[in-house]
Design a protein around this ligand. Structure first.
Ligand SMILES: *[C@@H]1O[C@H](CO)[C@@H](O)[C@H](O)[C@H]1NC(C)=O
Length: 186
């Protein structure tokens, strides 16, 4: 069989399969069992319960939990959005409490809440992201930079999922642990 007729037959069989309800039911249940049995999918489900947010588009959470070392399709851009969102949320909260805050204090507290070494990786580790995030075999998934990018990307992903910053902001305050809460309350 030459390659052209092979390709033709391939398309005929794909077309026939996709028109058979039985075949697509089999395909769906196969897909379902693949989805429910993969440890990564289970971890994504658990993470959604932990953050108390269910994604419309689970692909966004899958991407948020994918480090740049693992795939071209990764969390880098979502992480940029998430980081900015955390900073803006912190600034809003601080200014709401005290509109006279100095720029020096404001900047210091913003840096503190999104600090890679402490706040950000501590929050991410608390959620267990080091065990979920997909990295290449040469990458250490417990390193603060990896955990942090995954943590920030969650909020970028929620913002894209909802088309708004509000839900992402409220999920951030729910999962954020650490010193900044005390600083804001002062
Ligand atoms: C991975 O990173 C963590 C945190 O930085 C470190 O404690 C650990 O030793 C590293 N593991 C390896 C195998 O390099």
């Amino acid at each position: 069989m030459n390659s052209r007729s092979f390709i033709f037959l391939f398309f005929v069989s794909v077309t026939l399969c996709s028109h058979s309800p039985q075949a697509s039911a089999v395909a769906r249940s196969f897909q379902l069992s693949v989805q429910t049995s993969s440890p990564f999918s289970i971890a994504l489900d658990n993470l959604q319960s932990q953050i108390d947010y269910t994604f419309e588009s689970i692909g966004l959470l899958r991407r948020a939990m994918t480090h740049a070392s693992y795939s071209e399709e990764n969390n880098k851009a979502l992480s940029v959005l998430g980081g900015r969102l955390i900073e803006a949320s912190a600034a809003l909260q601080l200014l709401t409490k005290n509109v006279d805050i100095s720029t020096k204090d404001l900047n210091r507290l913003i840096v503190e809440i999104d600090n890679v070494e402490n706040s950000c990786s501590a929050d991410g580790t608390h959620l267990g992201l080091q065990k979920i995030v997909r990295v290449s075999s040469k990458t250490n998934s417990t390193s603060p930079a990896v955990v942090c990018s995954a943590f920030r990307a969650i909020f970028g992903a929620i913002a894209v999922d909802t088309g708004s910053l509000d839900e992402a902001r409220s999920v951030f305050w729910k999962v954020h642990k650490g010193g900044f809460g005390r600083a804001v309350a002062m």
